[in-house]
Design a protein around this ligand. Structure first.
Ligand SMILES: O=C(CO)[C@H](O)[C@H](O)COP(=O)(O)O
Length: 208
């Protein structure tokens, strides 16, 4: 199971410091949506240059203009970019086409999608990497990513599944024997005074 470090609500300097401190414990580096809004494609380019061997996920959260935004992210060096699952089918299709041509990937963010039928239709469009996601604002109301979310992708073959939303050292145990291929961890690492130790504890708990 891979660990994706989510760099959200941070300055550019903090992003690089935390990536540097945690890189031995994490597999994929996500540049968060707000960070991209602040620094643009430049930070994707710089992160890929700094970590050429890591998978760089640009959390674009694209919901329209799929072709344009996929080209933007991949040109900047992203290996994966996110597109919202509730987007119009043509947005999904265009982003997938650009990704296939560029030999990169689209992660479909299922935030706000509660219907397994919609997930099946995304799969039929060619999506093969899904992110089950409890958003930040939902977390404030007490929700947290847990194994119940996996029912949304049940029965889909040859897909990869990521899960995100308030995952921490304490909660990661319940995911370690699950169908998740990628666990996305943000605040539990980036909000910790000691990100290296936090990422190491998460990695250890996954391997226990
Ligand atoms: O996409 C995101 C927010 O929209 C975050 O990357 C994701 O929720 C993980 O962060 P955290 O562990 O802090 O919830």
């Amino acid at each position: 199971m891979k660990i994706q470090l989510a760099l959200d609500r941070l300055t550019e300097q903090e992003c690089f410091r935390i990536a540097d401190e945690t890189c031995e414990n994490i597999d994929w580096i996500e540049i968060g949506t707000g960070v991209i809004k602040e620094y643009g494609m430049k930070i994707i380019r710089e992160m890929k240059a700094a970590y050429p061997d890591k998978t760089i996920v640009a959390d674009m959260k694209t919901c329209d203009a799929g072709k344009y935004e996929a080209e933007q992210a991949f040109r900047a060096g992203a290996d994966i970019m996110t597109v919202m699952g509730f987007s119009h089918d043509s947005t999904i299709k265009q982003a997938l086409e650009i990704a296939n041509t560029a030999n990169r990937r689209i992660m479909i963010d299922l935030l706000g999608v509660q219907d397994a039928e919609r997930v099946k239709s995304l799969y039929d469009l060619g999506a093969d990497l899904f992110c089950l996601h409890i958003g930040k604002d939902m977390q404030k109301e007490g929700a947290i990513a847990d194994p119940d979310l996996f029912s949304l992708v049940k029965g889909l073959n040859d897909i990869e599944v990521a899960i995100a939303g308030g995952i921490s050292e304490k909660t990661i145990g319940e995911l370690k024997d699950s169908i998740a291929d990628v666990v996305i961890v943000g605040s539990a690492i980036t909000g910790n005074q000691a990100p290296k130790e936090a990422s190491s504890a998460i990695k250890n708990n996954l391997q226990k």
